[in-house]
Each structure stands twice: as structure tokens, then as C-alpha cells.
Design a protein around this ligand. Structure first.
Ligand SMILES: Nc1nc2c(ncn2[C@@H]2O[C@H](COP(=O)(O)OP(=O)(O)OP(=O)(O)O)[C@@H](O)[C@H]2O)c(=O)[nH]1
Length: 519
């Protein structure tokens, strides 16, 4: 059965931020795991901040997952991670845990089964950006709400403001974190135009009203004469000018790649999410912000709307221009907005494909029944051994199970398969790394020995033979192997060595089997 992943979201499924995570994770896992391998649960912690009894929440999770433990748990945003790291620690025990969307950095040390992506924030980077883009700005207002993360970011912003002041920057910094929505709206609307605003997080105001960015940010932007900057990618297109922003979709892709690594047994790692400069062209035009001032590597979405006009002719022109602008916008959008998403997507895909290629390569060179390298791998290694400049002796041995057909015929093919797998394991163990064993085909194995003189090579073959003869497989008859050993000469090559080993094997069979013969 494929591994199962539980995705525990802090927020709710209608939230575009959460949707970005979901899509990134699902796209990143696509092709690696069936869609049903993913279980999703939503805590809705932002709307019901502090109102939901954690014990009941854990009880509900336990009732579903205690018996059906997932193979990996991913938490999105802070609340879910805190729940599973704290009061819900015992719920998933040693199941690997990956966090993402965590702004409040987890306290060290993390236990060995925890890894993830620290999202962090870009307050300092955005203050610098505003200063660079709008050098005449006298005041920067940082807007924060009163949810847990809002309070955390407001405290951080106040620290930043303090060091900003000490560094002697021209613009003053103010943090507005105790306003209700109506106050926020009217105070933003009354700001003088030499001001800029940076949205930290506002989901809950001082009156405890919950609201979504989709509803509120367009209104705030429309009513204020100052440019709004932000650092959360999904706010782009809602009326913010832009900013040094992150992207939940890209984070989802990154975490999906981490999840596949964890499921493949790689150790947990902690990475940081990226923030990129991204802007809305329409908002840049609205505030007449010079595009030359954008930092290098900025991406742009949205374009200016054509202006109004009264005459029918102008309306027609506008319509045409509007349609052209729309097409152009779609075209630019398709080129620019998703560009960084595409790049990261391709990077994640590339990583996944490399992993897949490695798996396919390994599958192409492995015999599925015994787990030994197969004939293809054997050919490669024989060629490599012959090509190596070292002057060490090379030997190859063919090992063929005796009367194997009898086992198949009397006990069935399945038992025959079990014997083959058990014999391969026993021989490989007896070999203890002193040679390379391959499944050559059917009930025949090939052993490549490098750097052993003939007497040592013979002794090793004898050891394998004795090991097989002594093998007591429950419910299966005694088994033996005949071995033909021959030198692998760099002059006469592979085919001559194989002919020699085959001849010696034939002799071993005709002398009564269960013996080693050398050429
Ligand atoms: N179960 C099983 N049988 C296999 C597999 N590959 C080959 N065989 C069987 O191995 C048997 C080989 O039989 P023979 O070549 O007659 O040799 P033998 O019975 O081992 O006799 P000697 O080599 O003369 O000792 C055949 O019955 C094949 O069907 C496999 O992957 N699984």
C-alpha cells in the first residue's frame, strides 16, 4: 500500500493562502502518490481563535488516526504545528512531521523526526524596498491585527522600527496594531501622500471582527491615497502595489519534495521559504511609481486600465483598447506572474525527476525476485573490471542450483522463487563483500572476484557452496549448487571467461554436482 500523508491545516479551505499550500503540495506529490494517499483536516484556528477546546480537537483527530496512523504528517501554518508539537505530541508518536507556513520560528531543538519550511517574514526587506522605491517617503505605517500572528509581527515590527530609527533613516515608522476595521479604514484614508503602508497581518481587528483579505484589502486600497505594500503573495492583485513577497504554492511544492525525501528515509531538514520582489503594474501606474526603481529580478502582474471617455467613438476605441489590454494582460500574466512559480515548479519537478530517474535506473539494474544486481548490471561491471588499469587478477564463477527443476515441479513455482531468494541472500551474506554477486538468469548466478589469487577464489567459491549445502529452509528440501570458476583475462575478454566458467560448471555437474570446478 502507498504511504499515507495527513495534511493538517491551521486554517480553512476557502482561504486562498491555504489553497496555495494545498495546490503546491498536491502538484508536488502528483505522479508519486495516488490522490487518496493524502488526508486533509482543517482546524480553522483563525476564525475560532482560542474558542476550540484543544483536547476535543485532539480527541477528534485521535478517533480518526490513532488506529490508522499516517506515514507522514504535514502541518500548515503555526496553529497546527503548535498543536502537534505541544499537547498533541503523543498522537502521532514517531511519525515524521513536516511543518510549513510557520512564521513564529520553532524553538530549538527540534526532535529528529521534525523538519519543515520556516516561512518567516520580510519586514526588514520591505522597509528597505519602500525606501528604495519611494525615496521621498516620510512615514511608513505598518498595519497589524490582533490575532496571535498579528501580535507577534507587530512586536517584531516595533523592534525593527527602533533599530530603523537608530540607523538614522529618513522615514519614520509607526505600527498600528490596536485599531478596529472602521478606524483603520478612516485613518488610512486620511494619510498624507508622502506616506506608505505595509500590511503585516490583519485578519482580526481590535473588536475581534474576523475578515478576509479578499474582502478588505481592495476596499482599503481604494480608499487610501497611499501605496499599500505587502509580503504575502496572495495579496497581489487585491490592490497592493507589491513588495518582497512569498508564495504559498511554491512553498507547497518545496514541502512536497521534502515529504517525498522523508518517505524515502532521508533525515529531516529545516529549510527557509523564499521571498521575491513582485508588483502589480496597475498599482504602480496609479501611484506613478517608476518601474526603473523596482529591484532587479522583480516580476510584474496587472496592467493599467485605459481611461474613461464620453463619445461613442471613444467608447469603441476604448473597447478595442480594452480588449487588447485584456489580451495583453493575459499574455503578460501568462508570461510574468507565474514565471517564478514555473521556475520553482520546474526545480521541484527536476528534483522529483532526478529521484525518479535514480529509482528507474536502480530498477533497471536490479533483479526484483532476489534483489541482486541483474545481468545488465553484471555486463556493466564486467566491462568496468576489464577496462580498469589495475593489474589485479580477475575471476568469474557461474553458480547453478542443482536439480532446481525438481523443486519447481514438485512444490510449485512459488516455492522455487522462495528458494532462489533465500539462496541469493545466503550467498551474498557468505560473500561478505569479497566479490560481486549477480543473478545471471533462471537458477544461475554469476560471481565476479577482483584481486583474489586462484586459491583464494576457489576457497571463496567453496565457502558459498558449503553455505548453500548447509542451508535448512523451513518446509523446503535440501538444496545444492555447482560452481564453475574461470579467470577473466583482459586479453581474451568476457566471452572466453564465460565459456571457461560454463565448461567448468558442466564438469562440476557431470562429476556429481554440489562441487566447485576451476578452469
Ligand atoms: N521458480 C522459478 N524457477 C525458475 C526461474 N527461472 C528458471 N527457473 C526454473 O529453473 C529450472 C531449471 O531447470 P534445468 O535447467 O533443467 O536445471 P536443474 O533442474 O537445476 O538441473 P541441473 O542444473 O542439471 O542440476 C527450470 O524448471 C526453470 O523453469 C525463476 O525465476 N523462478
Amino acid at each position: 500500500t502507498p504511504p499515507r500523508i495527513l495534511l493538517l491545516h491551521s486554517y480553512h479551505p476557502q482561504y486562498s493562502w491555504t489553497q496555495g499550500f494545498q495546490k503546491g503540495i498536491k502538484d508536488g506529490l502528483a505522479g508519486h502518490l495516488p490522490v487518496e494517499a493524502l488526508h486533509e483536516e482543517f482546524m480553522d484556528a483563525r476564525r475560532f481563535d482560542g474558542e476550540v477546546d484543544e483536547d476535543l480537537l485532539l480527541y477528534w483527530l485521535a478517533s480518526k488516526y490513532r488506529k490508522h496512523q499516517p506515514d507522514l504528517v504535514i502541518t500548515t501554518d503555526d496553529a497546527a504545528f503548535e498543536l502537534l508539537r505541544g499537547p498533541g505530541k503523543a498522537l502521532f508518536g514517531k511519525v515524521p512531521l513536516l511543518f510549513m507556513g510557520v512564521n513564529i520560528p520553532p524553538q530549538q531543538p527540534l526532535s529528529a523526526n521534525i523538519g519543515g519550511l520556516v516561512e518567516g517574514d520580510a519586514i526588514a526587506a520591505n522597509l528597505q524596498l519602500i525606501e528604495q522605491m519611494l525615496p521621498n517617503t516620510r512615514r511608513i505605517v505598518l498595519l497589524s491585527g490582533s490575532c496571535q500572528l498579528g501580535r507577534f509581527l507587530a512586536a517584531k515590527a516595533k523592534d525593527q522600527a527602533e533599530s530603523w530609527r537608530r540607523q538614522g533613516h529618513k522615514a519614520e515608522i509607526e505600527v498600528w496594531d490596536e485599531l478596529d476595521l472602521e478606524q483603520l479604514r478612516s485613518r488610512l484614508a486620511a494619510l498624507p501622500s508622502d506616506t506608505a503602508a505595509l500590511l503585516l497581518i490583519i485578519h482580526k481587528d481590535a473588536k475581534g471582527q474576523y475578515f478576509s483579505y479578499e474582502d478588505v484589502v481592495p476596499q482599503l486600497s481604494r480608499d487610501t491615497p497611499v501605496p499599500l505594500f505587502a509580503m504575502w503573495g496572495p495579496l497581489l492583485g487585491l490592490g497592493v502595489v507589491g513588495g518582497v513577497m512569498n508564495d504559498p504554492y511554491l512553498q507547497g511544492l518545496q514541502v512536497a519534495a521534502m515529504a517525498l525525501d522523508r518517505l524515502a528515509g532521508k533525515p529531516a531538514v529545516v529549510e527557509s521559504g523564499d521571498f521575491y520582489p513582485r508588483f502589480d503594474g496597475q498599482q504602480l501606474d496609479r501611484f506613478a511609481i517608476d518601474r526603473d526603481r523596482l529591484p532587479s529580478g522583480s516580476t510584474l502582474s496587472g496592467q493599467a486600465k485605459p481611461s474613461q471617455a464620453g463619445t461613442a467613438l471613444l467608447m469603441m476605441t476604448l473597447l478595442v483598447v480594452g480588449l487588447a489590454a485584456f489580451a495583453w494582460q493575459r499574455y503578460r500574466h501568462s508570461l510574468q506572474h507565474p514565471l517564478e512559480a514555473r521556475v520553482a515548479h520546474l526545480k521541484a519537478r527536476n528534483k522529483a525527476l532526478t529521484r525518479l530517474a535514480r529509482k528507474l535506473d536502480s530498477a533497471a539494474h536490479t533483479d526484483p525476485l532476489t534483489g541482486l544486481p541483474n545481468r545488465r548490471a553484471c555486463d556493466l561491471q564486467l566491462n568496468q573490471a576489464l577496462a580498469s588499469r589495475q593489474d589485479k587478477p580477475l575471476y568469474l564463477a557461474l553458480l547453478d542450483l542443482d536439480h532446481f527443476k525438481v523443486i519447481n515441479d514438485s512444490l510449485g513455482h512459488d516455492k522455487g522463487d522462495q528458494v532462489l531468494a533465500a539462496v541469493a541472500l545466503a550467498m551474498n551474506q557468505a560473500l561478505d563483500g569479497q566479490g560481486s554477486l549477480f543473478r545471471w538468469g533462471g537458477e544461475e548466478f554469476l560471481l565476479l572476484l577482483r584481486g583474489l589469487e586462484k586459491d583464494k577464489a576457489l576457497a571463496l567459491c567453496e565457502k558459498l557452496r558449503a553455505q548453500i549445502a548447509a542451508l535448512a529452509l523451513p518446509g523446503l528440501p535440501a538444496i545444492s549448487v555447482s560452481v564453475g570458476l574461470a579467470p577473466l583475462s583482459r586479453i581474451s575478454g568476457k566471452s572466453a571467461a564465460l565459456r571457461g566458467a560454463d565448461k567448468a560448471l558442466y564438469q562440476a555437474k557431470s562429476l556429481g554436482r554440489n562441487r566447485v570446478q576451476a578452469q
